[in-house]
Design a protein around this ligand. Structure first.
Ligand code: CP3
Length: 354
């Protein structure tokens, strides 16, 4: 094509880089938007694939993971997020799990003792996670928008390992942290080392940015965050930031942690919908970009109301360089595709700088 036969091995040129520009707080033609969990059950083409394959089969097959990653781009998203899951490293580390229908993840043998932690392996990403790196290489040949790689943060991964699945109060994880602080520290150090190497390899394979998901860290007080979590997250982020691509540091319920998260690192800090952007940005600092923060449940409201909430987010961000529009947390499966489409178009149109 275009007299460039045999160009299949090269990466496709990136055409839309407003997401990366916003991460670096550079001027943009309009505010970039992508949505956490943008590939998923709210899309009919995803549900069709899920009738034939389990979630883990989709993740472990690079062709299928590529196909699913591309699905939401028809809605005009300014970035793709690799289709995978934060829990994938747990299996090669020695903690197998499954996604049980309706229950979410179930860890087969939850971690409770020092012996359990000692048994966990600090793997190299190529052993056991090579399929994720293959999917990234495959995607880079197709994409015209930047690709976001990701990993779970050590607290969030540790909470699944110890709780054995989803939790509301994280009592087992926090009890572990308080009663066996040295073992907790070893667990966090092992997880951090795996995550640090995994993010580096994703960038080497072609990820244009990476996001660290610390989804449940908002459960901790700022003091406990600083004592039990921050040193580990800092070890990851300070190292990964030297790779030269933007690093997004995300959590929910983190209003009280934003300064401490900022200290731990991140080119971009995620804000959830409880935090007014202007307020959160002041805590995060003008030298960082911010990402967020539409309440995902507003996408279940009538379209005009969803747009009104999106307008409020843009207003709060004040048209400043360094805002990436996103939801405050993942999109819900019952979200109408038409509302997602309407909000993407609305954000582009309303934020246009021309
Ligand atoms: O589009 C994308 O955002 C990329 C893919 C992605 C998935 N999981 C696929 C997935 C990403 C970025 C994740 C991250 C993830 N996984 C997080 C952090 C983000 C967050 O939401 O806080 C967490 C905590 C997990 C762990 C996890 N995976 C849970 C708790 C569940 C079950 C919840 C549910 O909705 O059933 C999953 C399953 C999962 N991972 C789905 C998808 C699309 C559900 C869809 C399915 O079963 O087909």
């Amino acid at each position: 094509r275009d007299g460039e036969g045999g160009s299949e091995l090269r990466s496709a040129p990136m055409i839309n880089d407003r997401f990366l520009r916003a991460c670096r707080r550079e001027p943009v033609d309009c505010t970039p938007i992508w949505m956490m969990r943008q590939a998923g059950r709210y899309m009919p083409e995803y549900r069709a694939l899920r009738e034939r394959y389990t979630l883990l089969e989709l993740c472990r097959n690079p062709e299928l993971a590529t196909q699913v990653t591309l699905q939401p781009l028809r809605l005009g998203m300014d970035a793709a997020i690799l289709f995978a899951d934060i829990l994938l490293p747990l299996e090669p580390m020695g903690a197998p799990f499954e996604f049980a229908a309706g229950e979410g993840p179930v860890i087969h043998a939850p971690v409770a003792t020092k012996a359990d932690v000692d048994k966990l392996r600090v793997i190299e990403p190529e052993e056991g996670l090579g399929y994720v790196l293959d999917a990234i290489r495959m995607l880079k040949k197709e994409l015209k928008v930047p690709l976001i790689g990701f990993a779970g943060a050590p607290f969030t991964l540790a909470s699944y390992l110890i709780e054995g699945g989803k939790s509301s109060q994280f009592a087992k994880a926090k009890r572990f942290m308080y009663t066996q602080p040295e073992v907790w520290n070893d667990l966090m150090a092992k997880l951090s080392e795996v995550v640090r190497k995994y993010l580096r390899k994703q960038i080497e394979a072609g990820a244009d940015a990476v996001q660290l998901f610390d989804s449940w860290v908002g459960q901790l007080s700022a003091d406990d965050y600083r004592t039990y979590v921050q040193p580990h997250v800092r070890n990851i982020l300070k190292d990964v930031e030297t790779c030269g691509v933007p690093v997004i540091h995300f959590g929910t319920g983190t209003y009280h942690l934003l300064e401490a998260q900022r200290e731990a690192g991140g080119t971009v800090i995620g804000l959830d919908w409880r935090t007014p952007i202007a307020d959160g940005w002041a805590k995060v600092g003008a030298d960082r970009a911010v990402q967020g923060n539409l309440d995902p449940i507003t996408l279940l409201a009538p379209r005009e109301l969803a747009e009104k909430h999106a307008a409020r987010v843009l207003e709060q961000a004040g048209g400043k360089n360094g805002h990436i529009f996103n939801l405050g947390h993942g999109i819900l499966p019952e979200t109408p595709v038409a509302t997602v489409q309407a909000v993407v178009d609305f954000v582009h149109r309303t934020s246009s700088r021309s």
